[in-house]
Write a protein that binds this ligand. Structure first.
Ligand code: GLU
Length: 304
């Protein structure tokens, strides 16, 4: 498969089209990003890679990081995790309080904000220095030693994070947050502030595409069964209220973030990352969605 040629062709086509949508201004720092950046990077499981646009430029990966924190919590406590979280699409906004009330404080899935907060709570309970140990975990997976949080973005989100603060306290009222909401929120905002480039993303998430994946220190990240479950959750819940549409048009498990990034995996084949900051009405990257739809069509690589 000539990925280089197809990526180049699809990239030029999408770039020459419109760039609709809006930046995620509810996090003040994200409103400062250049709305015209557009980057793509693909890494295959046999380590061939190809990128175009600003693929080395780090950006705020936001909710894409929820897949990493979920992976670490799942690795630590295994199936017991599902006593505190569901695995169903939420069918409503990613920061909905109403859905949480209907489900008595059990988040619908680990990729909505409430679910990611419960995951943070699990990690705080099981790790001595959660922020440092989480960084070590993702640095080992990716082999990239300078991966880091952005204090500027975390503080920016915290300064206007009324809804997330409400959500965390609301879950606590149901007894499904065991640590202090302040500590959970601080960790949650840090995780969301992680900065990575498309190149770093497509290399890092290979662990969900490749059954034989080993970290920099030669460890396996997840069992095959655990990786399968995370891919299933990404497929059904990874794109807010557009997850069905993403399965329909793109056909890959993946996760988007309000920074305009999208990461998607083709099991046993490749991982691809796209970044274009303007978001469509559902909160997913406008150009990212369009790029991936055309890319999987041309490469005939929808998993369905
Ligand atoms: N930090 C963002 C929030 O909690 C993440 C949202 C996202 O990327 O989906 O609102």
């Amino acid at each position: 498969m000539n990925y280089k040629e197809i990526i180049e062709e699809v990239y030029q086509k999408i770039k020459s089209g419109d760039n609709k949508g809006k930046l995620a201004t509810y996090i003040p720092e994200l409103a400062k990003v250049n709305p015209n950046t557009f980057a793509v990077h693909l890494t295959t499981i046999d380590k061939q890679e190809y990128g175009i646009g600003e693929y080395e430029h780090k950006f705020s990966i936001q909710s894409i990081a929820k897949v990493l924190s979920l992976s670490l919590a799942f690795k630590i406590i295994g199936e017991k995790l599902w006593e505190r979280l569901g695995v169903e699409p939420s069918g409503s906004s990613f920061d909905s309080l109403a859905v949480l009330e209907l489900n008595n404080g059990i988040p619908r899935n680990p990729l909505v904000n409430a679910g990611a907060m419960v995951i943070c709570d699990v990690l705080i309970t099981h790790l001595t220095n959660p922020k440092e140990e989480f960084l070590e975990f993702i640095r080992d997976i990716s082999g990239i030693h300078d991966l880091n949080y952005s204090a500027v973005i975390a503080n920016s989100e915290k300064s206007a994070g009324y809804r997330n603060i409400a959500l965390c306290n609301f879950i606590k009222s149901y007894g499904n947050i065991l640590n202090s909401p302040e500590e959970v929120l601080d960790f949650y905002f840090s995780i969301c502030s992680l900065e990575m480039s498309c190149r770093e993303l497509s290399k890092t998430f290979l662990y969900l595409a490749n059954d034989d994946f080993r970290t920099a220190s030669n460890k396996k990240v997840l069992t095959m069964s655990q990786a399968k479950r995370i891919n299933a959750i990404m497929q059904t819940c990874g794109f807010y209220n557009e997850s069905g549409e993403f399965a329909f048009k793109v056909g890959l498990p993946g996760k988007s973030g309000v920074g305009g990034g999208i990461m998607a995996v083709h099991p046993n084949n490749y991982c691809i990352a796209v970044w274009s900051p303007k978001l469509n009405e559902k909160g997913n990257s406008y150009r990212g969605m369009k790029f991936l739809e055309l890319f999987t069509t041309k490469t005939e690589s929808s998993i369905f």
